[in-house]
Design a protein around this ligand. Sequence first.
Ligand code: GDP
Length: 211
Amino acid sequence: MNEAATKLPAVAIVGRPNVGKSALFNRLIRRKVAIVHDQPGITRDRISAVCASGTQPFVLWDTGGIFGAGEAELTGQVRRAAEEAFCDSDLLLFVVDAKEGLSPIDEELARVLRKSQKPVVLVINKIDDDKHESLAAEFDSLGFKSSIAISAEHDRGILDLLGAIDRLLPSPVVDSLSTSPQSLAVAILGRPNVGKSSLINSIVRSIADVE
Ligand code: GDP
């Protein structure tokens, strides 16, 4: 077998608690893996899955993180979760909540994300129908070039978001120097619709569970 290993690009979902990061994660990978919960402050680990919904597959990370109860502590912890996420990522999806409006934590995160110099798509969530579209304008002040209004729960704007991700992602990296005995290249072949993506997702999930 060819020694070269292909590394999928990585996309991280970042944002303060309760903006809909898990709902977006589930929507993009088309299944329920992440816990969606009404209350901020839920403790959960970072989870990942391969997203094969767009033109090119990528590894998607939900940076749920571990959040404290107090606002000051929250800011620090959200910032640390974001910093950790963008170290390993090629693209960041910065989720904000249109219903709640712009918060100081969003502004703080925007500063941190800009410093990372990674491409960022501002994802304005909870635009559940046309009459909510005007709520998105408030987030222009964050100054991101790419922004998409979506509703993770009502499946609005997801194709536009996948298009933006495709445009901004680097092509998969072929690591021809990889000779590590622990790296194994596996090809999954089959005609359309037999469950190739589901199989990849369950393998990635079990690896994430073990780690
Ligand atoms: P996270 O903490 O950022 O991961 O947020 P969750 O995904 O757990 O969602 C927080 C809350 O927002 C839950 O009550 C979700 O049902 C709700 N939510 C998520 N996406 C949407 C959306 O598109 N529209 C509305 N109206 N609510 C949403």
